[in-house]
Design a protein around this ligand. Structure first.
Ligand code: ATP
Length: 309
């Protein structure tokens, strides 16, 4: 079996479930990652992210459900799948006595077809030290070797489990730039993370997992419209608060002469249409949407999270 070029999903799970004894690490997960997107898989510690990735990689067997990777069955075609994807596990085992360079050469020989110049450029961009023995590297510098081995074959799909772990902010930024470049080339990035800011910066869509269940699946742009922003309007007259409060998503309206301040979650054109039906809008200022607030809502309770479903 080879990857089906007509595959409409880079990665798809249906009813994927994994129990460890009494622990329901993954519950009935349906996910469809599209070719060419950066998909952020976001969740707090213990949410089930690593379990999902390890199940898809056939490192552990699902209790129920199926996964397909580039159109291939994750269990039956697991060997072939590995030829086509890159993978950074959460606990990559490396030989401590090999240097970073020898480690990458070893992986490249196993895999074949790796362009050495590309490896060199990845190492430069991540500021990776390939001369030291891996056992002597700090965890962040070891992580860089893992990231390079995941990317060096220019895979169609790369799965990365918490790739930013241990990386300093500059290197994290560079990695984010690299992920966007991969997506621009039509490759797919599956990024597991517990950091909203990272996912917000780099992902096209985000799936939020909590206690093994997918509790939200949204485009990052969509999440932004659902987050609450503070909006200030300067009008040509005194506004009627009732008019503003009639717009779904508005709250905390204060009117001070011609100036209005309010909280708003929703599409800005909806709010502006309602305002300009009654007034001329002289000026507008709005804070950038704070996804943190919406994200914490998800993390705290599944009931509240239903607002987005
Ligand atoms: P983190 O961000 O901390 O890495 P995660 O989202 O990757 O978390 P998982 O490692 O998938 O979460 O863990 C999901 C749940 O499954 C947790 O309750 C964890 O304790 C449990 N778990 C994971 N591996 C095992 C195992 N081998 N045996 C028993 N329980 C396990």
């Amino acid at each position: 079996m080879t990857p089906t070029s007509e595959a409409t999903s880079a990665l798809r799970t249906e009813g994927l479930t994994k129990h460890y004894g009494e622990v329901r690490a993954l519950v009935d997960l349906d996910l469809d990652v599209r070719p060419g997107e950066v998909f952020g898989f976001l969740g707090p510690n213990g949410a089930g992210k690593t379990t999902m990735i390890r199940t898809v990689m056939d490192e552990i067997r699902a209790t129920a459900g199926t996964a397909t990777v580039l159109g291939m069955d994750s269990h039956r075609d697991s060997v072939e799948i590995r030829r086509h994807i890159g993978y950074l596990p959460s606990d990559l085992a490396l030989y401590p006595n090999l240097t970073g360079r020898d480690t990458l050469t070893y992986f490249a020989n196993l895999r074949g077809g790796v362009d050495r110049d590309y490896v060199r450029s990845l190492a430069e961009r991540l500021d990776a030290d390939l001369d030291k023995k891996v056992g002597d590297l700090s965890s962040g510098n070891r992580q860089k070797v893992g990231i390079i081995q995941a990317l060096m074959s220019r895979p169609e799909l790369v799965l990365m489990d918490e790739p930013s772990a241990g990386l300093d902010p500059l290197v994290q930024r560079e990695l984010q730039t690299m992920m966007r470049e991969l997506a621009n080339e039509g490759r797919t990035v599956f990024l597991s993370s517990h950091t909203l800011s990272e996912v917000q910066r780099v992902a096209d869509r985000v799936g939020i997992i909590r206690s093994g269940r997918l509790i939200a699946l949204e485009s990052v742009a969509g999440l932004r419209t659902k987050a609450t922003r503070r909006v200030e309007l300067d009008l040509d007259g005194v506004a009627d608060p009732a008019v503003l409060l009639a717009v779904p998503g508005t709250a905390d309206v204060t009117v001070d002469g011609h100036r209005v301040a309010l909280s708003y979650s929703g599409r800005m054109d909806t709010l502006l249409a309602a305002v300009t039906a009654h007034h001329q809008l002289l000026d507008l200022s709005t804070q950038e949407a704070d996804l943190e607030e919406i994200f914490l809502r998800f993390y705290r309770g599944a009931d509240e999270a239903r607002v987005l479903s």
